[in-house]
Write a protein that binds this ligand. Structure first.
Ligand SMILES: C[S@@+](CC[C@H](N)C(=O)[O-])C[C@H]1O[C@@H](n2cnc3c(N)ncnc32)[C@H](O)[C@@H]1O
Length: 729
């Protein structure tokens, strides 16, 4: 099996001329029938499998496919994409008249009239047929006519992309060793809120399996319509030629380039052609080509992402060593690992994975990666380092939920979505420890990791991020379990060791005494919360912060009683002591699940039926009768209803449910948490559709304050399409 995975001769990811021609034929048919989206799909498929050195009627097949796709993109008004495809064709075949012609059309549509005229003039010189020449001349006339019109379309190509201005501000951080957590980061100076602390490129990164067809395999951004496939295999896809070159394939050199045009061009045009080609080829590759050893074989698609990531680490380490004249193949990244905490089955799995990976790499690297006990045990260690140090590259994007059109236009609710696009190892980023109440925030722009202080951090305080679980997101027991399973430690952060409001209410039931706002907990929660009051000997003794007003309000007994006999009894209200039958409350909650679940799946499919909606509304009332008003299930139900009402165009009710959901989340996460910012984006977009200008202004100022705290000046780069974040709505 390993041989099948590793051998290029059995690879399914190879190029195939016959399939490429078949896809091209289908693309041509769709194009002539006006079916642009399928034509685009077929040409892209053809490009994925087209060998680089096949000629069709004297022209390179890949260049023809790029030009054909450029024609479809032009029809779809995707002019920039069309322009890029023409340039790609020209980098393969400089004297391709049709590619210059299409480039001219794309430039003209983008308002780049001077370039368009030059493109068409080059095309005219290179065109052999009389009818072709006449066609180009017609187009030139049209453009020259357009050139004197006053309503030029905007010059999109020349628009500068918003630049990222935030800089690291000379903050001095230090790595210290602690008894409980191993190494960790602290600051040597006071750090103001929102300060950017850290920016880092990954040592190695790999795309998530579920994003392989939708995101760039190098920078992880969403793939545009003009996808660039790897020139040597049909697996890897890129958003640009630049990313493809950085990532590298088996054979980096693209086609035999025909630099001299062989045509008698005027000096001006000759220079123009040279500048266009130079722009395409002028990529200075400094990065390690991380796809090279995986190109054209099956194993990267078949093995789990963390194994492929380990392969990239090993290969990079060896290449770097080789570059600096060292011969050692001992991969030493100086990261912690969880091997000793793994159970025997998981260890066995790591050993088997290591053997498979090394055998696959061995096919490419031969004796540089020998398959012996030494290298296997190193690989096992590397995998157990990846287990606890790799970070998910989570990209945020805004998506619109569009309701039916009305006289006031479309109803839209913008939601902020998170996409787990990749997994990576950041060597310095791996030195930050975890807290369920973090004081720093991590995010990614493309594959760059950024870390920013979200609170004021005093000199010497630990800088801790969240590995995933956070107070407000999950209850204490769930957080502990997840951290133990994934990172092999028992969390004793402030959130897990001190009473806090969120952990008390997040899964709580309401007190059946109607006048009481206290919480009732079941036994799964009481054990953990009890532990915070009377810590086990293995834990550090903690002071229970009784002064917390919110905690006192819902759990008066905990706040007022002193001494060691404060206890949390399951089923009894922590405020008035009333006994509540949790079996009955649980039965009520269970009954609602079906309706809330049905609403959720309808939302996923983008439709919403009136009957489901009214049943879900009744379910919300039942939930509220059994659960504490700040239970997270209530917030989720409110949110689903907000989305559903938006879909059917009832914006007032959509806004009310959205506000109700945010009110609960504020209690669980705190007012300034990023989750609140994301939810406020949804609320502001509904308010915008309702024309509530004053409310939008208030929401916008809150969003700006939360987003600046978490993303600083990177906000624009992260949310370029969220229009109400801009001042000029
Ligand atoms: C990404 S590493 C962090 C750096 C690590 N402390 C070191 O010495 O290299 C993750 C590991 O650090 C330890 N760790 C991180 N946060 C912790 C915490 N709050 N309490 C205890 N151990 C923690 C765990 O062993 C975890 O598997």
């Amino acid at each position: 099996m390993v041989e099948d995975l590793a051998h290029t001769s059995t690879s399914l990811s190879f190029k195939n001329e016959e399939s490429a021609l078949e896809f091209k034929f289908k693309g041509n048919n769709c194009f002539s029938n006006g079916d642009n989206s399928n034509a685009l799909r077929f040409y892209t498929q053809a490009l994925r499998v087209a060998p680089r050195d096949v000629d069709v009627m004297g022209k390179n097949l890949v260049a023809i496919l790029y030009v054909n796709r450029a024609a479809v993109l032009q029809k779809m008004c995707l002019f920039l994409e069309s322009l890029r495809d023409c340039s790609r064709a020209l980098s393969i075949c400089t004297s391709y008249s049709k590619a210059w012609y299409r480039r001219g059309k794309a430039n003209s549509s983008l308002g780049n009239y001077d370039d368009a005229v030059r493109d068409l003039n080059v095309s005219l010189c290179m065109e052999h047929s009389l009818s072709g020449k006449q066609h180009i001349e017609g187009e030139l006339k049209l453009i020259l006519g357009q050139n004197i019109r006053e309503d030029f379309p905007p010059n999109v190509n020349k628009c500068k992309e918003s630049s990222v201005t935030d800089q690291l501000q000379g903050i001095r951080l230090q790595c210290v060793k602690t008894e409980m957590k191993g190494r960790g980061m602290v600051s040597l100076t006071d750090i103001p809120q929102a300060t950017l602390l850290h920016a880092e490129e990954p040592y190695a990164a790999i795309i998530s399996k579920n994003c392989r067809e939708s995101h760039c395999h190098f920078c992880f951004s969403e793939l545009p319509a003009d996808i660039v496939p790897c020139p040597s295999c049909s697996m890897a896809l890129y958003c640009s030629q630049l990313c493809q070159i950085h990532s590298g394939g088996k054979d980096q050199q693209f086609h035999t380039k025909n630099h001299g045009t062989g045509f008698d061009l005027s000096g001006d045009l000759e220079n123009y052609v040279a500048s266009v080609i130079k722009e395409i080829e002028g990529v200075n590759i400094k990065k390690f080509a991380e796809h090279k050893h995986e190109c054209g074989v099956n194993w990267p698609a078949a093995l789990p992402a963390e194994i492929v990531l380990a392969g990239r680490v090993i290969v990079k380490f060896i290449e770097q060593n080789r570059h600096s004249g060292k011969t050692s193949t001992i991969v030493n990244l100086d990261l912690c690992h969880n091997y000793l905490q793994l159970d025997p089955e998981s260890r066995l799995e790591l050993h088997i994975s290591s053997i498979v990976l090394l055998k696959c790499l061995h096919y490419f690297y031969g004796s540089d990666i020998p398959l012996n006990g030494n290298t296997i045990s190193q690989c096992v260690m590397l995998l157990s380092q990846i287990n606890v140090n790799s970070m998910a590259i989570v990209l945020v994007r805004s998506a619109d939920l569009v309701g039916p059109p009305s006289s006031a236009g479309n109803h839209t609710a913008s939601t902020v979505e998170q996409v787990r696009a990749g997994q990576a190892i950041y060597l310095a980023g791996s030195l930050y420890n975890h807290s369920c109440q973090p004081n720093i925030h991590t995010y990614f722009l493309s594959r760059t990791l950024y870390i920013r202080a979200i609170d004021f951090v005093a000199a010497g305080d630990p800088l801790e991020l969240s590995y995933g679980p956070q107070v407000g997101q999950w209850s204490c027991d769930k957080r502990q379990l997840s951290l133990k399973e994934q990172y092999a430690f028992v969390c004793s952060c402030t959130g897990c060791s001190q009473l806090n409001f969120s952990d008390l209410v997040i899964n709580s039931f309401r007190c059946l005494n109607q006048t009481c706002s206290g919480v009732v907990l079941d036994s799964s929660v009481t054990n953990y919360e009890q532990e915070k009051i009377n810590p086990f000997p293995c834990r550090l003794p903690q002071q229970v912060p009784l002064e917390l007003d919110d905690v006192k309000r819902v759990a008066r007994f905990l706040g007022e009683e002193t001494g060691s006999n404060r206890s949390i009894k399951p089923g009894f209200c922590l405020s008035c002591g009333n006994f509540c039958n949790l079996e009955a409350s649980n039965a009520v909650v269970k009954k609602t699940e079906i309706w809330i679940g049905r609403l959720q799946s309808l939302l996923d499919s983008g439709e919403c039926l009136a009957t489901t909606l009214s049943n879900a509304l009744r379910a919300l009332d039942s939930l509220k009768s059994a659960l504490h008003p700040y239970n997270k299930k209530v917030a989720e139900a409110e949110d689903y209803l907000a989305q559903a009402f938006c879909l059917i165009g009832d914006l007032q009710r959509s806004r009310d449910h959205c506000q109700a959901s945010i009110k609960i989340l504020e209690k669980l996460y705190g007012d300034d948490h990023i989750v609140i910012g994301n939810e406020m984006v949804k609320l502001a977009s509904i308010q915008l559709s309702l024309g509530e200008e004053h409310a939008v202004e208030e929401s916008r100022s809150r969003i700006n304050s939360i987003f600046s705290r978490h993303y600083g000046s990177h906000v624009d780069a992260m949310f370029p399409h969220v229009r109400f974040l801009k001042r000029d709505i």
